[in-house]
Design a protein around this ligand. Structure first.
Ligand code: GLU
Length: 421
């Protein structure tokens, strides 16, 4: 399961809408494009009553936001998190639309959530909640309509319960309705590691344009769940030195480098990186100020604020999380010349391999791992090179994030126009 670090108060939906407005303006497109993209096509909010192990019934609130499907079915994960709300889900669904447009996978954007504390729930309670969520959302899902996947605090097991519930209701197997499934039920090799691995490819490409080799580069991570741990593993396989990691339980720092495999084993056993032997303790708020080459925020939204950005020494930030950098921080990082590889490019590996999974499900023909790896690398590299060139061609002062929004919005606007929307 992916771990999270608490959110602060910035409204991510406001941020997402500002990003769209700004890109539409920069592109010189009409207001209609903003009007069409500023809100999701549909937001479903449902009560999810769940029988708890003690016999009590608790009602959780579930969401599914479907932002835009001009390029293909709505696509995006489902998160389980205590403070998740409609605005957060709407913003995340907007970012999925742009992520898929940039990666050139034929999907739109969606996102789901249940407001709950999964850490306090038993596996049976989680299973009942996952199945109930699908029962409530079934009218708006489908392998050609809207395709969920894992996100924060959900994993392949949760997807297995969900796909099983969906197939039971339909009375036929349609594994392509959900991606990120276990291998036994139509999952795809390499899906679990895809976001972290894709992040490494994106960061490697960014390092290259900055004249930095990943071998020997120093890296810090905020978050050590699915994305963080797999990114750390992939970076260390490239010879990078992981010197600091924090998660919801605490943090560890060792300027000589941390052994990633031992840290993963330790974290699985104890539930946190906190107290990993041979390291100093470090606070979550101090991780970003460490002297290092690369920062990987791989937790949740709004972690790199303006105050934090002032102290950043790294030259590259690779956004493994969705929306980890606030707009005010972005401005400061731009002035400091930090290359921020934006989330909608940097963490697209999960969505890309989800696409491969969906294609294989539709054909009932499965590719070997080497093929998935090759295609993932190729897709991320193409997207990076394309966006980096687009950024440089736009103007000296534009950030890669601004270019990413412009590029995606142009694709969507063209498709909406030609479809007569
Ligand atoms: N939850 C992941 C994301 O935010 C993956 C989405 C997917 O595979 O559909 O990109």
């Amino acid at each position: 399961m992916e771990t999270g670090i608490s959110n602060n108060k910035i409204n991510t939906y406001d941020v997402a809408r500002q990003q769209i407005e700004h890109a539409v303006e920069q592109l010189g497109l009409s207001d209609d494009v903003y009007e069409r993209l500023k809100a999701p096509d549909r937001l479903v909010e449902a009560a999810i009553p769940v029988e708890m192990d003690n016999g009590e019934v608790r009602v959780f609130i579930g969401y599914r936001s479907q932002h835009n499907n001009v390029l293909g079915p709505y696509k995006g994960g489902i998160r389980f998190a205590p403070n998740v709300n409609a605005d957060e889900v709407k913003a995340l669904s907007i970012w999925m639309t742009f992520k898929c447009a940039i990666a050139r996978v034929p999907f739109g954007g969606g996102k789901g959530a249940v407001a709950c504390n999964p850490g306090e729930m038993s596996p049976k309670e989680l299973e009942r909640m996952s199945r109930k969520y699908i029962r409530k959302m079934v009218p708006v899902l489908g392998s050609k309509v809207d395709i969920p996947a894992p996100d924060l605090n959900t994993n392949a097991q949760v997807m297995a319960w969900m796909v099983d519930e969906y197939c039971n209701i339909q009375q036929y197997n349609d594994f392509g309705v959900i991606t990120g499934k276990p291998l036994d039920v139509g999952g795809c090799v390499g899906r679990e590691t895809a976001t972290g691995r894709g992040l490494m490819y994106a960061v490697r490409a960014a390092a290259k344009v900055k004249g930095l080799a990943l071998a020997g580069a120093t890296v810090v991570l905020q978050g050590f769940g699915n994305v963080g741990s797999n990114a750390a593993r992939s970076m260390s396989q490239q010879g990078s030195k992981i010197i600091g990691v924090t998660d919801i339980g605490g943090g560890v720092y060792n300027p000589k480098g941390i052994d990633v495999e031992s840290l993963i084993t330790y974290c699985r056993a104890t539930g946190s990186v906190k107290g990993f032997p041979g390291c100093e303790a470090i606070d979550n708020k101090d991780i970003f100020a460490l002297d290092c080459d690369i920062i990987l925020p791989t937790a949740v939204e709004n972690q790199i604020t303006a105050a934090i950005a002032e102290h950043i020494k790294a030259g590259i930030i690779g956004e493994g999380a969705n929306g980890p950098t606030t707009p005010a921080a972005d401005q400061i990082l731009k002035e400091k010349g930090v290359l921020v590889v934006p989330d909608i490019l940097a963490n697209s590996g999960g969505a890309i391999v989800s696409y491969f999974e969906w294609v294989q499900n539709n054909y009932s023909f499965y590719w070997p791992e080497a093929e998935i790896e090759k295609q993932l690398e190729q897709k991320i590299m193409e997207a990076f090179e394309h966006l980096y060139t687009y950024t440089c061609n736009c103007s000296d002062t534009i950030t890669m994030r601004e270019a990413a929004f412009m590029y995606a919005i142009k694709r969507l606007a063209d498709a909406m126009k030609i479809r007569g929307w």
